[in-house]
Design a binder for this molecule. Structure first.
Ligand SMILES: Cc1cc2nc3c(=O)[nH]c(=O)nc-3n(C[C@H](O)[C@H](O)[C@H](O)COP(=O)(O)OP(=O)(O)OC[C@H]3O[C@@H](n4cnc5c(N)ncnc54)[C@H](O)[C@@H]3O)c2cc1C
Length: 410
């Protein structure tokens, strides 16, 4: 049994805590926000997505992003500012936005996602929370969008993933619970969805049952790789410390001189409490980059990627963009249904190559970094927990994670 400290009780920190307490380790998780309101893990779209085997840094993303920069309602924005860290992140992002990087990453992302999906299924059965295994619809209104997604479906087949290109009639057959206005789309049957609130609660409850502890305070600094100092000056030591603080991990890695290029990718969600009709499949709306997820009686609509450092202000124009896109694809809904809703804001921890940071840090052998999951943190959380547990126990990793090395940009 080892004494482990985890900084961050979002979906990544909790999934690591779950995996480690299951193996009998003594785990303490330090989380500054008891309600997880500001954590990226609470209000996300809840999708478990083997279909996301293409990293954020991919061909065409930069040219599309530049076009979108001029539209205040668009799903992408990069807040320009004089910041060397941002300049470096953009440079690295541009260097990785090519087909070679996609080809190098897609097998690993597929393997991580499929292994994680399997763990999600096992967890939902053991801990009794609903995981809806009906797949995801990628909906397209333009022919260009549909052609692009048909190519993604072909790439999915090459990787051995399931994907069905659908016309509008087939989409409606798969989703009888809502009217869909789309030219066509792709159904990814292996994708799933859940309510992140249920998932986080199940993890917290199981960690406590397994003897783990969740402490609500803020970590101010690291004692090298031997533990942490909290904002009250208390020192908490451990054999291994795991940094899983999402975008705020940067505050701690800076002290080590570790260059961990990461930017906050701001996104919003709005949750309708009880729409008159609720789709039963989750979907992504291609042209608006909006995610739509039924969560029990509720319906969550989420979107935007604003590369913004740590700024959490809400852009009303971009929120309107999300709502208008949703209503354009689901015409039974109208924008007035959203007018009273409080938006949720989350900062995705985005690495410039779209891959997580996962591994030990040289010269600080008792420190492990697990962050940078960008748009896939919920999806990849269980496999991240398993891989970190293997590192802690010095076991051979079940997947080759050398390309996730946290020092790869140093
Ligand atoms: C709109 C939107 C929709 C999304 N939809 C999906 C989706 O459908 N599927 C998917 O897989 N992903 C999705 N994501 C991405 C996903 O939410 C993130 O990748 C994931 O939540 C990151 O988890 P994390 O634990 O690394 O970070 P966080 O959730 O941010 O957790 C980090 C925690 O660490 C704590 N912390 C940090 N520093 C300290 C410190 N010094 N002391 C104490 N505590 C500290 C913070 O309080 C925080 O709670 C979405 C994101 C957004 C914004």
């Amino acid at each position: 049994m080892k004494e482990i400290l985890i900084v961050g009780g979002g979906v990544i920190g909790l999934s690591i805590g779950y995996a480690l307490t299951k193996r009998g380790h003594a785990v303490r998780i330090i989380e500054q926000d008891p309600e997880l309101k500001d954590s990226c893990s609470s209000g996300n779209a809840g999708m478990v997505v083997p279909s996301h085997f293409i990293p954020l840094a991919a061909p065409g993303v930069i040219s599309q992003g530049l076009k979108w920069m001029l539209n205040p309602k668009s799903p992408f924005f990069l807040r320009p500012r004089l910041d060397p860290a941002l300049a470096r992140w953009i440079w690295l992002f541009m260097r990785h936005s090519n087909q070679q990087h996609v080809s190098n990453s897609e097998t690993l992302l597929r393997d991580l996602s499929l292994a994680s999906r399997q763990l999600h299924v096992e967890l939902s059965e053991q801990e009794d929370f609903p995981l809806v295994q009906k797949g995801l619809l990628m909906l397209c209104q333009s022919q260009e969008g549909l052609d692009e997604e048909a190519e993604v479906a072909e790439a999915a087949h090459r990787l051995g993933l399931e994907a069905e290109v659908c016309d509008s009639a087939r989409l409606q057959e798969l989703e009888p619970n809502a009217d869909i206005k789309a030219q066509g789309g792709v159904w990814f049957p292996q994708d799933c969805h859940l309510d992140p609130h249920d998932f986080l609660e199940a993890l917290r409850s199981r960690i406590k049952k397994n003897g783990g502890e969740i402490i609500h305070t803020q970590v101010k600094s690291l004692i090298d790789d031997k533990g942490v100092v909290t904002n009250t000056g208390e020192k908490i030591t451990a054999e291994t410390t795991i940094l899983a603080g999402g975008i705020d991990t940067l505050n701690l890695t800076k002290q080590l001189g570790l260059k961990l290029p990461m930017q906050g990718g701001k996104g919003y969600s709005l949750t309708l409490p009880s729409p008159p009709r609720n789709p039963h499949l989750c979907s992504l709306l291609k042209e608006g980059r909006v995610a739509v997820t039924p969560m029990g009686e509720q319906l969550r609509v989420a979107g935007t990627m604003e590369i913004c450092g740590s700024n959490t202000s809400v852009s009303k124009a971009r929120l309107s963009g999300i709502i208008e896109s949703f209503c354009a694809f689901y015409p039974e809904f109208n924008p007035s249904q959203f007018s009273e809703l409080e938006p949720w804001v989350g900062l995705r921890p985005c690495s410039p190559d779209g891959l997580p940071y996962l591994g030990r840090i040289p010269f600080h052998k008792n420190l492990i970094v697990a962050t940078g999951h960008s748009m896939m943190g919920l999806s990849l959380a269980p496999i991240t927990g398993k891989l970190v547990a293997q590192l802690v126990d010095s076991e051979t990793s079940s997947l080759d994670i050398s390309s996730l090395n946290p020092t790869r940009f140093n």
